[in-house]
Design a protein around this ligand. Sequence first.
Ligand SMILES: NC(=O)c1ccc[n+]([C@@H]2O[C@H](COP(=O)([O-])OP(=O)(O)OC[C@H]3O[C@@H](n4cnc5c(N)ncnc54)[C@H](OP(=O)(O)O)[C@@H]3O)[C@@H](O)[C@H]2O)c1
Length: 180
Amino acid sequence: MEGKNIAFYAQSLDGYIAGKDGNLGWLNEIPNPEHIDTGFYALMEEIDAIVMGRNTFDVVCGFGGTWPYSKPVFVLSKSLTEIPKDYQPYARLLNGSPKEILEELHSKGFFKLYIDGGRTVHDFLKAGLMDELRISYIPIILGEGIPMFQPLPKSIRLELLKSEVYLGQLVQNHYRVRKA
Ligand SMILES: NC(=O)c1ccc[n+]([C@@H]2O[C@H](COP(=O)([O-])OP(=O)(O)OC[C@H]3O[C@@H](n4cnc5c(N)ncnc54)[C@H](OP(=O)(O)O)[C@@H]3O)[C@@H](O)[C@H]2O)c1
């Protein structure tokens, strides 16, 4: 079976995925009284597993409350020796190059993957292993923060698959990554 790697994230208009000191409050400022799904639950249905950088995992653990994912989570880390006990039912540790990580997950039957975390998405993209980017553009210019992309050795071309407006404010574009 062929694999598919999808990134799904929100960014400010100046390209940050978190503000200064990791602030994420700006992600929830658009009123959503009817709790409209802006693609997260649809994505959960579509994928087999989630691959997440350790920094993003730390943030998700810090949210507390109900675990937000309905599919297995694989946390990438070289520094963690084990997943904290409370999260062991939901998450497993992985380490290696993006190619090795995919080989391991495919061999376990996980083919459709949600790739999450700035550094993590960047590394998969750099290795030519991202297939789709689903980016929600939040109407804010943060001025500083954690960027999604770092410098890359060459340009990457994308093709727009679809574009939708949610809640009258948020523009979500789905892009296919063109393979070099
Ligand atoms: N706006 C959004 O939609 C959105 C989405 C996701 C995340 N975020 C935010 O983005 C920030 C996190 O992004 P980030 O760029 O800092 O990092 P990240 O990708 O979440 O985590 C990076 C860490 O993951 C581990 N890692 C990555 N690739 C690895 C590999 N191939 N093998 C082993 N370990 C690997 C390393 O952990 P070790 O240091 O443990 O080795 C690395 O330091 C957080 O503030 C989060 O809230 C925002």
